[in-house]
Design a protein around this ligand. Structure first.
Ligand SMILES: Cc1cc2nc3c(=O)[nH]c(=O)nc-3n(C[C@H](O)[C@H](O)[C@H](O)COP(=O)(O)OP(=O)(O)OC[C@H]3O[C@@H](n4cnc5c(N)ncnc54)[C@H](O)[C@@H]3O)c2cc1C
Length: 306
């Protein structure tokens, strides 16, 4: 178990980095998780952000932002988070490398990236058996055969979660790249791992199967696309964070960027549109300051109890 941080930020985009700058300027022990190259800004150019004249390179903004946060004392851990849990006295954060960190407060700044598998039938059958969120929709497939498409830890964890809900689970992963322990866990679980490339999701009004390269057809009722990092919704909903009831797509926050869960804040695109850097950094600033205050209150409480 790693040391106890005061503020842990999940997401290394503009919202997370700005939150880190403000939290660490308040002298809170801060850590940022995530990959800057996965931020929506990384490959974009910005020309509507105050003080930046002309087209500015997103990658450069992020790299400078990270340097600033580190200069103020924030730690950076460039790995994805696969699990969040409310421990007895602190939040537990598990990374794709299997390391566990602890923090007194959390800021969710994971953006809205939802990588698509880009296969035939995906768009047409979205919501009719195709889903991007095992933890949101997995339960609807109790007792039914399902497939998860994806090559990383998120897909592996998704398949393991589904195995607890239903017995027939396929992991379609042409280039599976996951830590050894996770590979072993998968083997033991009974998830069927297939290395064929997925070609087409079959079905008219609902998912009826998945066609793989080579002609094999999986007869499944649900297909979960889990490409890339574990999205915000999964991490948040498992923890018990409430989503905006109007669309169930974004995290609900108040003006202090607080979620319904004490000690958990959210900022940036994950809280909904407009999807703009200016909004993301504004919310990141508020979340960083409020989380630092909350962490120092929690720290005092712990000291008094000791
Ligand atoms: C092509 C394009 C052009 C754009 N142009 C503009 C523009 O001109 N002006 C403007 O204001 N905005 C623009 N935007 C939007 C802007 O990039 C976003 O609004 C902004 O990046 C949102 O910041 P964020 O920090 O909320 O999320 P993101 O920047 O998406 O960052 C999310 C971070 O969370 C991390 N993450 C996700 N899941 C996990 C996990 N499980 N564990 C750890 N980390 C995780 C990601 O890796 C990433 O680091 C553009 C976007 C795109 C795609």
């Amino acid at each position: 178990m790693n040391e106890l941080y005061e503020v842990a930020i999940i997401g290394a985009g503009p919202a997370g980095l700005q939150a880190a700058i403000h939290a660490s300027r308040r002298k809170a022990a801060t850590i940022i998780f995530g990959k800057i190259e996965k931020s929506a800004l990384y490959r974009a150019h910005v020309e509507n952000y105050l003080g930046l004249f002309g087209k500015k390179d997103g990658k450069e903004i992020l790299e400078t932002g990270l340097k600033q946060a580190q200069a103020f004392g924030a730690h950076y851990h460039p790995h994805d988070v696969v699990r969040l849990e409310l421990g007895e006295k602190a939040f537990l954060i598990e990374t794709e490398k299997g390391e566990i960190f602890q923090a007194l407060t959390l800021i969710l700044a994971t953006g809205v990236a939802r990588r698509k598998a880009k296969i035939k039938g995906e768009k047409e059958l979205l919501g009719k058996g195709v889903s991007y969120c095992v933890d949101c929709d997995g339960f609807f497939f109790k007792g039914l055969p399902v497939a998860v498409i994806g090559n990383g830890s998120a897909a592996a964890h998704g398949a393991l979660t589904l195995k607890k809900i239903t017995s027939e689970v396929y992991l379609v992963a042409p280039k599976l790249e996951i830590p050894k322990e996770l590979q072993e866990e998968l083997k033991k679980s009974g998830v069927q791992i297939l290395s064929d490339r997925p070609l087409e999701i079959l079905g008219e009004n609902e998912v009826e199967g998945l066609l793989l390269e080579g002609g094999k057809e999986l007869s499944v009722k649900g297909i979960f696309i889990e490409e890339g990092a574990k999205g915000a919704l999964q991490l948040a909903t498992v923890l018990g964070v409430a989503l905006d009831p109007e669309n169930m797509t974004y995290i609900q926050v108040d003006r202090s960027q607080r979620t319904n869960l004490p000690g958990v804040f959210a900022a940036g695109d994950v809280c909904g549109p407009p999807f703009q850097v200016a909004k993301a950094v504004g919310e990141g600033c508020v979340a960083g300051l409020r989380a630092a205050e909350e962490a120092s209150r929690r720290r005092r409480e712990r000291t008094n109890e000791a």
